[in-house]
Design a protein around this ligand. Structure first.
Ligand code: UD1
Length: 430
């Protein structure tokens, strides 16, 4: 198992290219199940989760060609990938595959819409709370699907003539359930209105791609999404939007270490709330023609309170990284997690580096310290792992982050991007 070794203390200076968004690429790839034509996605990040989903889609009959060739391109940054699902080969998504990545559960929407049935294992994935699927199932049931849970699998069946458009209000905002219901409704009979929909930029990106495929989706990005069903979808070419979580993560790393970095190919409008929070903490952030410039010179880090919320609020996927930053602030900050009940696993690991954090229910109280000291650490989810990297960059001495496979799920060439900006980061294979 690989580890990452960090010798902390260097400022970050240079350019970091921002990859395509993992959380957009995954649902976009799954949308290829909706058509027998080719869906071409540009700017697909090279990540373990993307590779894993390719295997799952292959199982359902999707033919995948990377940059027009069949072989994998192991050394490329974000790639162009062609997905073609002439016929659905299998409507079952087995436990062995789905348990590795929660988002693969989302195939249930397209399979049901196109084939009228799906048998999908209940998911696993990051250990950040219980993460149920009730909202997905309620949403699909509202479209007329019959749902049965049997032996750890969800068996979903559409009515004889296909799914039926309907009005449905999600009792709670869910990104995944919004993606799935939107995809399923594109091929339903009649019009579907989703209320209390997730407003994340990745939902808008999926809607744009579905519309390029011939769907009739309007309102994505607002709380109400309307989908007029069509009889079939065609292929399309679509560029995955930049990763706002990767953007925010590197912006926080610069705020932490000091320095001057341009985040290339990203868009500040995707994460205004997080950038405003970082500005309050003392970072100077400006839009440039190619992305964002993040500077922190000399001045310390101010404590700022945050509460995670659905978009456009502060993202839960940046909570751990922001906590790492706050461990070095000049006062006390409070970080409240409202999306996932168990997303504080990084706290005890940050404490190993000398952070002073106390937990009370959903709130962490972070008392800034003047120095962190390197130590071996490990984390059990993707964003928590990268928060330890950020802390390690600012800690004195050596930090070893174990279980790097979490980072590989969501951060393309992390150590290379940081090294190019002056950090001392090295991957060590065992
Ligand atoms: C997506 C993102 C993830 C991010 C999360 C919140 C991807 C691949 N993952 O995850 O990185 O952290 O959005 O921004 O895009 N819930 C239910 N019942 C359900 C579904 C969800 O109660 O059926 C709850 C969850 O437990 C959680 C909340 O709703 O408390 C939000 O989860 P959701 O938005 O669905 O997250 P994901 O789509 O899984």
């Amino acid at each position: 198992m690989d580890r990452i070794k960090i010798s902390g203390g260097n400022e970050l200076r240079g350019i970091i290219p921002i990859s395509g968004a993992k959380n957009a690429a995954l649902p976009l790839m799954i949308a290829s199940l909706l058509t027998s034509d080719t869906l071409t996605l540009e700017n697909v990040p090279h990540l373990a989760d993307v590779e894993g989903l390719m295997r799952i889609l292959g199982n359902h009959g999707v033919d995948i060609a990377v940059n027009g060739r069949r072989e994998r391109q192991e050394d490329g940054y974000s790639r162009t990938i062609h997905f073609t699902c002439r016929t659905i080969a299998d409507t079952t998504a087995p436990y062995e595959l789905v348990s590795k990545m929660r988002a693969s559960f989302w195939v249930i929407g397209p399979l049901l819409a196109r084939e009228g049935r799906a048998r999908v294992s209940l998911p696993g994935g990051c250990a950040i709370g219980t993460r149920p699927v009730d909202l997905f199932l309620e949403g699909l049931a509202a479209l007329g699907a019959e749902i049965e849970i049997d032996g750890g699998y969800v068996n979903a069946t559409a009515p004889k003539g296909g799914l039926i458009g309907n009005h449905y209000r999600f009792p709670k905002v869910s990104v995944g359930a919004t993606h799935v219901m939107m995809m399923a409704a594109t091929l339903a009979n009649g019009t579907t209105v989703i209320e209390n929909a997730a407003r994340e930029p990745e939902v808008v990106d999926l809607a744009n791609c579905l519309n390029a495929m011939g769907a009739k989706v309007s309102g994505a990005g607002s709380k109400t999404i309307t989908i007029e069903g069509v009889t079939s979808l065609s292929g399309a070419r679509h560029r995955v939007l930049p990763d706002r979580i990767e953007t925010g993560t590197y912006a926080m790393a610069v705020a932490m270490t000091g320095g001057d970095v341009t985040l290339e190919g990203t868009d500040g409008a995707l994460l205004e709330n997080a950038l405003d929070t970082l500005r309050q903490a003392g970072a100077e952030i400006t839009e440039t023609p190619s992305g964002l410039r993040v500077v922190r010179n000399g001045n310390g880090i101010q404590p700022v309170d945050v509460v995670t919320e659905p978009f456009p609020g502060f993202p839960t996927d940046l909570q751990a990284q922001f906590m790492a930053l706050m461990t070095r602030s000049s006062g006390v900050s409070h970080i409240t997690e409202t999306i996932f009940e168990n997303r504080f696993m990084h706290v005890q690991e940050l404490a190993r580096l000398g952070a002073r954090i106390s937990l009370s229910g959903q709130m962490a109280r972070v008392e800034g310290v003047s120095r962190l000291k390197g130590a071996p650490v490990m984390a059990t989810d993707l964003r928590a792992s990268v928060s330890l990297v950020i802390a390690g960059l600012a800690a004195e001495g050596e930090t070893i982050v174990n279980r790097v496979y979490h980072l590989d799920r969501g951060f393309e060439r992390l150590e290379e991007k940081l090294t190019r900006c002056g950090a001392v980061v090295q991957r060590v294979s065992e």
